[in-house]
Write a protein that binds this ligand. Structure first.
Ligand code: NI
Length: 131
């Protein structure tokens, strides 16, 4: 009931880049952490806004109109629903982000980078951590 979480410990449990780890659920939303590096894939989420907070590193969000947002530690941004974005991390970057439980990792795009909700929440149900 009153179990508290610890960000550093949660990040320490992440071994793979671009593989989100759900650390909490609230109001139908997942609070997730990820370690990222390099370029992800262009995608959008038709019905969900995406909140990102950078804990460490540099996170760049590129948009189809040629603009980009560069976020550094302590900075946050919301990608509005329906807006196509390409996440890029020029160095290893640690992210906290919030999205509805139903949000698919890579939007409507499925690639080898796509991680199922089951793999993102496996540790919550006491099963082996899949990273
Ligand atoms: Ni996204």
């Amino acid at each position: 009931m009153h179990a508290k979480g610890q960000l550093e410990a949660e990040f320490a449990a992440i071994a793979e880049h671009w593989s989100p780890r759900v650390i909490a659920t609230a109001n139908g939303q997942y609070v997730k952490l990820a370690k990222v590096r390099g370029e992800f894939v262009w995608h959008s989420h038709a019905d969900e806004d995406e909140f990102f907070l950078v804990q460490k590193g540099t996170f760049v969000l590129r948009f189809r109109d040629g603009s980009e947002v560069v976020l550094r530690a302590g900075e946050f941004f919301v990608v509005p629903r329906g807006v196509e974005h390409l996440p890029v991390a020029p160095e290893e970057t640690w992210l906290l982000f919030v999205e509805p439980a139903a949000t698919r990792h890579t939007g409507d795009v499925v690639t080898d980078r796509t991680r199922s909700v089951e793999s993102q929440t496996a540790h919550l149900s006491g099963r082996a951590d899949q990273g």
